[in-house]
Write a protein that binds this ligand. Sequence first.
Ligand code: SAM
Length: 326
Amino acid sequence: MSCQDSFRRSVHYLRISVTDRCNERCLYCFPRDFAGWSEKEDLLSYEEILATVAVSVELGFTDFRITGGEPLVRPGVPDLVRGIVRTPGVRSVRLSTNATRLAGLAAPLREAGLAGINISLDALDPKRYYEITGGHLGPVLEGIEAVRALGFPRIKLNTVLLRHRNEDQIGALLDFAAQRDLILRFIELMPVTSREVLRPENFLSAAEVRRNLEREDRLEPVEQPLGFGPARYFRMEKRRVTVGFIGALSDLHFCEQCNKMRLTADGRLRPCLGNQMEVDLRPYLRPTIDRESLREAFLDTLRKKPLEHSFRDYYEPERTMTALGG
Ligand code: SAM
């Protein structure tokens, strides 16, 4: 078996975007050249998503994440979670959310069998939060407390690093996570945004934040896997918090363990976030689901998964994270 074969065989994690819509307007995420959300009929139905999940399981996929856009703006997400959880061969279903609608949905999501949740939290100061996301912090904090109260496993907080905009929030975010025993992850700005945002004056590397934290505390590497992604985790000794770093640009080993593919809300399979290649699965899902052809198309795309992203080349984003499913 070649290196490439074994790399592809380790791919077992599918991120499913259920909508490109979002109720926030994050600086780094919201399309500046916004021309309207996908039409409802372009979005895969839950039946079509479940058929794609079943095919992916036959090809070795075991772990799934529901994302978007903001997944919780689409009605019925707990039903989709339940459907995926019940698909034979599925090991885990997780969710990424901005948590603005989480408080009211936490109980049905827990009951549906959600195995973990990632919550975007870019600042703890309400004004800063608003400047970055265009949204309000209050409901997000309520959402976090709701999932804690329900004893959700694996609650992680995601902070996208933006120089000058939330650099001064890092200490407060670490304290917040430590007090609640949550994992905090710092995500480096990726070139899946408009060029006007991805400018040197906005960029703050995960490596720089890590170096700064190392000056004030001991960061002990966490060996046990805390997720399926490329984050590197450390336990901060004095602060007593687990912190993760996701550095698509500064971490030269970022792609080595990549085990995931993405299904966009409009039914395209994307093997690598940092490569424009996408395969439209809708011809195999509509007007009726053709399982055999769907499986072939899925496998063919999996075989083409690049070994490395192209972010360090001159990568021009054609679609932002809202469309790709971050
Ligand atoms: N709306 C959900 C949320 O807020 O988590 C799910 C989708 S969002 C696109 C998923 C994650 O991608 C969030 O943590 C978000 O902060 C991150 N993200 C979006 N655009 C990004 C970019 N250009 N660079 C790095 N991370 C980004």
